[in-house]
Design a protein around this ligand. Structure first.
Ligand code: DX5
Ligand code: ZN
Length: 220
């Protein structure tokens, strides 16, 4: 099954409930929450109070993407705020294996993200222990950037690594520059959780934008 995870970074922050509900009406079964600290990435987005406030309006999976240094410091807080899945960057911690264990000890799913400049091979020792791998297809920090084509190659490598490790159920997420024009080749490369910010929340209404994705997923 292919999942759509609209990134609320591109939503109207004064109307998050409205925009989340609109995306869900279009079939989105995840909601992607980008947390940025102004240190790991050159931008500051939202934090715990906002995450807590939107939780009751999310019907599916609250998918929290932590773009913060030493994410271990905040795992418990984000789990308490209602995250179903927390993704940490391998570049943001010295102890990725411990961070994954900590997320699991909190009773939720764990994802590990890699930046465009990080090779897939670093995932080999931990792929058996994670629920999701996130392949960044832009440099994290901002919405609305262009998809980096080499991410397709990396998705194929992650899929092959997952198969080798006997993890056919691995969630493989892609984040950045996903549009209706490139989504089919992204899925063909192995992604099964598609993050989409500007292509869901910009332009037409979020319900019809999300529905265009989810109707395409249903046909594949
Ligand atoms: C980038 C974020 C993304 C971003 C995606 O740092 O992790 O989730 O919001 O936005 P689009 O889909 O507009 O590239
Ligand atoms: Zn993200």
């Amino acid at each position: 099954m292919i999942h759509l995870s609209p990134s609320i970074l591109a939503a109207d922050f004064a109307n998050l409930q409205r925009d989340i509900e609109a995306a869900q009406k279009g079939g989105a079964d995840y909601i992607h929450v980008d947390v940025m600290d102004g240190a790991f990435v050159p931008n500051i987005s939202i934090g715990l109070p906002v995450v807590k406030s939107i939780r009751p309006h999310i019907k599916g999976i609250m998918d929290v993407h932590l773009m913060i240094e030493n994410p271990e410091r905040y795992l418990e807080d984000f789990a308490k705020a209602g995250a179903d899945l927390i993704t940490v960057h391998i570049e943001a911690t010295h102890h990725i294996h411990r961070a994954v264990q900590q997320i699991h000890d909190l009773g939720i799913k764990a994802g590990v993200a890699i930046n465009p400049g990080t090779p897939v091979s670093v995932l080999e020792p931990i792929i058996r222990d994670v629920d999701m791998i996130l392949v960044m297809s832009v440099n994290p920090g901002f919405g609305g950037q262009k998809f980096i084509p080499y991410a397709l190659e990396k998705l194929k490598q992650v899929k092959a690594l997952a198969e080798k490790a006997g993890k056919s159920d691995l969630l493989i997420q892609v984040d950045g520059g996903v549009t209706m024009s490139n989504v089919e080749e992204i899925i063909a490369a192995g992604a099964n959780v598609l993050v989409a910010g500007s292509s869901v929340f910009d332009g037409k209404d979020a319900t019809s934008n999300a529905a265009a994705f989810t109707e395409l997923f249903a046909r594949l």
